[in-house]
Design a protein around this ligand. Structure first.
Ligand SMILES: Nc1ncnc2c1ncn2[C@@H]1O[C@H](COP(=O)(O)OP(=O)(O)OP(=O)(O)O)[C@@H](O)[C@H]1O
Ligand SMILES: Nc1ncnc2c1ncn2[C@@H]1O[C@H](COP(=O)(O)OP(=O)(O)OP(=O)(O)O)[C@@H](O)[C@H]1O
Ligand SMILES: [Mg+2]
Ligand SMILES: [Mg+2]
Lengths: 253, 253
């Protein structure tokens, strides 16, 4: 049965999508069966694996609100064993639509349950907020993976993310664990990086992955070709580091 | 009367807060009276100008939902003529609380109106979403300033932001104009940057500011000292570029 791994951090631009897409693709290349679930209305993970949604094509929005089966919306990608449940901008209304919905926190969890037997990992990419969409992803997950940029503003929000995770653990999903913290866009030459990294490692102790993801321009170029880094440039530092992260994830799982 | 300038882009991490704080500080140093309004629950702009909120201290949340007068919550900063209406994490509940509120899109607009006579510019920093908080900021504003990072994912969301701005112009705020687009974390050496910049300039034509903001590590260090760049390192490229942007804003206003 698949392990459901939610990639969350309400701070914007810290590498959630880049981590979801490339960790997913590397796990698939290694041999695991992976489903990438995009619950961000920006739908960056969807285009990051090369898909553009046509009008009328069902997405995660139709699954959460229109009664579609998830299995009917899954798409294959250019990477063998990597599928995606795509998102679309219309999901932006979900925060409001969920407010008055029955079982408003469990919709995603119920949607993903029947898919667990077909995959080894289900990776959920979240929007940059702690609203009802991200809450759904935390309730649905076994584990949370937190990408953190070694910058001051990124550090400030971590305690609120942990508060939200605690609330979910105490209530709707007692089995939720923090799988790990991954340092992204890591630039050893920047003094601030080392200072913030120290604070993160002191705060999270053993939860911080040994693998750090360096700032690597190939990672930001790859999405414009709709390709994960392993297809775009397997020899890049970006590909190497996400492949190392995938191996570390398998070891910890 | 103050011009209300909202800094918005739902893509995360593109430099909204860095632009709000530093454009505000530069305008103040030049001689303008500036109010920075932080409506992001992350409250990065609040800490970016050196403030930490104590329990019981009123913030923008108490103004929007608790009947506090904005004037009672304003704080001075280390920069003369720069004040801030601070935010707090408790604002994270606002998206849900606003759904059923009367006049849910106009709360911020009504809050800021009495302050217009005391300032030349009111700059509003938004969260990375197109929810009711950002909608309030668009309804309250005369103009929108859009920071864009020259990266692929950042480009994808621009059309949705423009759709939202159009909706606001057709309905709740017909006078809203797009003041300009500023390219942030601009790195001339990166090939992707030039490609994305071309698309942005073709799309926005004359709306793109001549001033671009280069990637400059001093800009990311300054917030950890609670200082805008003009106080932290006035000789840095970051300070120079935001000062140039401030002069361009004054010319356009
Ligand atoms: N290690 C890296 N090196 C260089 N660029 C990177 C790296 N990781 C991410 N990027 C780029 O930085 C930007 C932000 O990353 P990404 O979009 O993955 O973050 P996010 O947390 O998903 O953002 P959002 O909060 O908007 O969902 C993107 O343009 C991406 O291509
Ligand atoms: N020109 C720049 N050069 C270097 N670093 C920058 C620059 N502009 C912003 N940063 C850093 O990049 C990160 C993202 O910027 P910032 O937080 O201002 O973006 P934002 O759009 O406000 O993010 P959010 O979507 O989370 O509100 C911050 O850590 C900031 O210090
Ligand atoms: Mg993302
Ligand atoms: Mg911000």
């Amino acid at each position: 049965l698949a392990r459901i791994l939610t990639i969350a951090n309400q701070k914007g631009g810290v590498g959630k999508t880049t981590t979801a897409v490339n960790l997913g693709a590397c796990l698939a290349v290694i041999g695991e069966r992976v489903l990438l679930v995009d619950v961000d209305p920006q739908a960056n993970a969807t285009s990051g694996v090369g898909h553009k949604i046509n009008p009328g094509q069902p997405t995660v929005y139709e699954c959460l609100f229109g009664g579609e089966e998830a299995a009917a919306c899954l798409l294959a990608t250019k990477v063998p064993r990597l599928h995606v449940l795509p998102s679309h901008h219309r999901l932006v209304g979900a925060e409001i639509e969920l407010v008055e919905a029955v079982d408003r926190e469990r919709r995603l969890s119920r949607l993903l349950r029947p898919l667990r037997s077909s995959y080894d990992y289900i990776i959920v990419d979240c929007p940059p907020s702690l609203g009802l969409i991200t809450l759904n992803a935390l309730v649905a997950a076994h584990s949370v993976l937190v990408p953190i940029q070694c910058e001051y503003y990124a550090l400030e929000g971590v305690s609120h993310l942990l508060e939200t995770i605690n609330l979910v653990q105490e209530g709707m999903n007692p089995d939720l664990d923090i799988f790990g913290v991954v340092l992204t866009m890591y630039d050893r030459r920047v003094r601030l990086t080392a200072r913030v990294e120290e604070e993160i490692r002191a705060f999270f102790e053993g939860l911080v992955f040994g693998t750090t993801i360096p700032r690597n321009v190939r990672l930001s170029e790859a999405p414009s070709f709709g390709q994960p880094i392993v297809l775009y440039d397997i020899l890049s530092k970006g590909a190497e580091s996400y492949m190392a992260l995938a191996r570390e994830v398998i070891r910890r799982a």
